[in-house]
Structure formats: structure tokens, C-alpha cells
Ligand binder design. Structure first.
Ligand code: GDP
Ligand code: MN
Length: 397
């Protein structure tokens, strides 16, 4: 589950990480109130209005703007709220902005120039450890830094058993070229950032930029957070941070039905039980010359109701030209699934305009084939994996 910038900052703050302070607003009037409050609390004269959408590169798309007085706060908020923000990370239609974060301006002048760094904590699956990735080249997108100046990207591997050790925090601050007060602040910053990542069960905590202010304070100006869905049950308080407006509508519906569904770009819808078989089925579809339109795992209890639910989800996708059902009947018997398919087909009959290929293997597979073949419906049955692939190939021609 992805979070908005302001939600990530709330988590950071709760772990003692210094942040650029802000207040969320959904209207221009609220934005002005928020700005006044921030001025009272922080003494800031200028404010930044930041679109809250699940996409980076907002600055480049006109979703982050500086306001030098309350009139500008109001005008900019009016302009950004409700706009379709297009950034290098959104589709060309962009993302609708429902709310903005009004923040204090932290790039104020002083003894030194403000400096931007990059920092993220993520899971290194290959090593089975956590990793802090950081760079003195902050503010711009890290992919460009990685491509043009890979030597400016540092990594620090953190053993989850010990957590971040003091010498590692000092190494980070040193490699970022810091000294004095800023060095000390950075040690605290990175230590608490790691704790926020670990304590929230995140798989990614990215701060770009981390800012060194003109008076040597270190703070998070942005945050991009991905919480590990499998650990969400341990964080009931984060569950209400979910913003379904930012999520794929079909995926939201699937989650409600308890189905594991991921929308993809292809033309062959698939319904499978078990994640491993789903992956193998997607390979098979590609091999047959198609592209999977989705990942859909109906799980261990593929009864008629679930099959129908799954059918409905796949049919919502207008790109689908064929549907492949590939179920292994272990605990769930194939004849039950076949009945489910036939029943669902009858219920949805006129909505189904694409060919359906069903492969049922395992317990009572023979019976299942008979049910499908005798149903009189436009459903083809296949017994072998290859046979299913050939049939997909055939209907796509
Ligand atoms: P992103 O474009 O989606 O990554 O959004 P960020 O939160 O990273 O903001 C984009 C850029 O806005 C930053 O890199 C800064 O250059 C600028 N910015 C953010 N906060 C402030 C601020 O308080 N004052 C000024 N002057 N610029 C800011
Ligand atoms: Mn950013």
C-alpha cells in the first residue's frame, strides 16, 4: 500500500525524524487557514503548496509551488486542487488532485546555501537485508543520478538483527560531506529514518530531497512510502491511510471480494488458483503470442460465487480478447469449479463476448471436462497445458 507524502511524514515524525511541517487542505480556504496556522507555529512567511497524489515528479508537473503571501496561497491552491496533474511518473491523462499539503518554506536564506540529498531505505531481497541508499545529489530523480554519475550513489547494508549501528550512521553523514552540527543531525536523521522504516513494516521509505537548511538543520522535505501489505494487520492505525481514489478501481473491488488481482496491459484475461500456477499461466499466455491482461489468484476455494466474481472482474477490462481459466483441483474439486464456470456463464451470459478456454486438472478432472463439453456454452476445454496454450493461440489469430 502506497502513502501520500503527508502520511509518510506523519510516520516519520512519530519516529522522531525532523520534517518540513505542513497541514493538509482540500479547499483554497482551508489552504489559507493552514498557511496562517503554520506562520503562527513556525514563523514562516512563505509557504509551499504541494499536490498530494501517489506519483513522484510533482514539481516538474506544476504540482509543487511556492507562495509568498496568503493571496498566492489561495490562488495556487485553487489552481492545483482539482487539476489533473501530469508528471513523468503518471499516465498521460494524469492524476486528479483531491488535496494539497501546505508546508512551511524551508529553503530560506542564511549563512549557507540549502543543500539537497537523496536517501531511501529499502529491502534488498538478494541479500535478505535492509539497505540505505543515499547520494549527495538530491532533488532530481535518482535514476538519472544512477545513470550519469553512479559513483555518487552510496549504499549501506543493514543487518535486520542489529538494526543500524552508530558507525554506519556516521559513515552516511561523512559520505554526504557533512561536518559539525549538520553531521550530528544527519546521524540522528538516518538512525530514526531506519527506525521508521522498520517500525512501520515498510518495503520502501524514500526521502528526496533530504534538506540541509541554511542554518544546518536536516529534515525530510518529501516522502514516498510503500507499506508491506502482508504486515498491515500489525498496523491497524495505518489502515485508514489507504486512499482508494489513488488505487485501481478493479483492484479495490477484488480486494473486497478477497481475490488477489493485479491489472496488467495485455489481452488475455486469466483466472487461476495459486500464485505459482498464475505466474506459470502468464508465461504460457506470452508463449502463445498473447499478453496477460491481469494476474488473478482465486485462492483455494474456487466455488461458483468466487468464479463468478472473478469473471466479472476480468470482463470489466475492455482489452480482454480471450479468457483462460487454469485451475488445479486439489482441495477444491474440478467438477465443482466446472459447475461454477457454467453457472457464472449463465448468469453473465450476454456480457461474455470473448472465447473462454478452461483447463481443469486434478481431482475429478474427467467429470469437469464432461460438464464443460456438455454445457452447450461457448467454452472450450483443454486438458494439457500445451493444449490450452494452442487454443489461446488459435483464438487470438
Ligand atoms: P516531487 O517533485 O514530487 O518529488 O516533490 P518534492 O516534495 O520533492 O518537491 C519538489 C521540489 O520542490 C523540491 O525538490 C524543492 O526544490 C522544491 N521545494 C520543496 N519544498 C520547498 C520549500 O520549502 N521551499 C522552496 N523554495 N522549494 C521547495
Ligand atoms: Mn521529491
Amino acid at each position: 500500500m502506497n502513502l501520500h507524502e503527508y502520511q509518510g511524514k506523519e510516520i516519520l515524525s512519530s519516529f522522531g525524524v525532523n520534517i518540513q511541517r505542513g497541514i493538509v487542505a482540500t479547499t483554497a480556504d482551508e489552504a489559507v487557514e493552514a498557511a496562517k496556522k503554520l506562520t503562527e507555529e513556525t514563523g514562516t512567511g512563505w509557504h509551499v503548496i504541494k499536490a498530494q497524489v501517489h506519483a513522484g515528479g510533482r514539481g516538474k508537473g506544476g504540482g509543487v509551488k511556492l507562495a509568498k503571501n496568503l493571496k498566492e496561497v489561495k490562488d495556487i491552491a485553487n489552481e492545483i486542487i482539482g487539476m489533473n496533474l501530469v508528471t513523468p511518473q503518471t499516465s498521460k491523462e494524469g492524476k486528479k488532485v483531491n488535496q494539497v499539503l501546505i508546508t512551511e518554506d524551508v529553503y530560506y536564506p542564511g549563512d549557507n546555501e540549502p543543500e539537497e540529498y537523496y536517501m531511501s531505505v529499502l529491502l534488498d531481497r538478494a541479500q535478505g537485508k535492509n539497505m540505505i541508499m543515499y547520494s549527495p545529489e538530491g532533488g532530481m530523480d535518482i535514476e538519472t543520478v544512477a545513470e550519469k554519475t553512479p559513483d555518487k550513489i552510496f549504499t549501506e547494508v543493514i543487518d535486520p538483527a542489529t538494526g543500524i549501528l552508530p558507525f554506519q550512521a556516521r559513515k552516511v553523514a561523512f559520505n554526504l560531506g557533512l561536518s559539525g552540527q549538520a553531521f550530528k543531525e544527519m546521524c540522528k536523521f538516518v538512525t530514526n529514518l531506519y527506525k521508521a522504516y522498520e517500525g512501520s513494516d515498510s518495503s520502501l521509505f524514500e526521502i528526496n530531497p533530504v534538506l540541509k537548511t541554511s542554518d544546518d538543520k536536516i529534515m525530510a522535505v518529501d516522502s514516498k512510502v510503500t507499506l508491506d501489505d502482508s504486515a498491515l494487520f500489525r498496523h491497524k492505525d495505518y489502515e485508514n491511510m489507504r486512499d482508494i481514489r489513488e488505487e485501481d478501481a478493479t483492484e479495490v473491488e477484488a480486494r473486497k471480494a478477497g481475490l488477489s488481482y493485479v491489472n496488467l496491459d495485455g489481452n488475455v484475461g486469466c483466472m487461476v488458483n495459486g500464485a505459482g500456477l498464475a505466474m506459470a499461466t502468464m508465461d504460457l499466455i506470452k508463449q502463445a503470442g498473447g499478453e496477460p491482461a491481469n494476474f488473478l489468484d482465486v485462492g483455494g476455494t474456487a466455488d461458483a460465487k468466487r468464479v463468478e466474481e472473478a469473471f466479472r472482474l476480468i470482463l470489466k477490462d475492455e482489452k480482454v480478447e480471450a479468457i483462460l481459466i487454469n485451475i488445479f483441483g486439489g482441495i477444491v474439486r474440478c467438477d465443482r469449479v466446472a459447475e461454477g464456470v457454467v453457472e457464472a456463464y449463465k448468469n453473465l451470459g450476454d456480457q461474455i463476448k470473448v472465447p473462454i478456454i478452461v483447463r481443469l486438472q486434478g481431482t475429478n478432472a474427467d467429470l469437469a471436462k464432461e460438464i464443460i463439453d456438455n454445457s452447450g456454452l461457448n467454452v472450450e476445454s483443454a486438458v494439457l497445458f500445451q493444449e490450452a496454450a494452442d487454443k489461446v493461440h488459435e483464438v487470438l489469430k
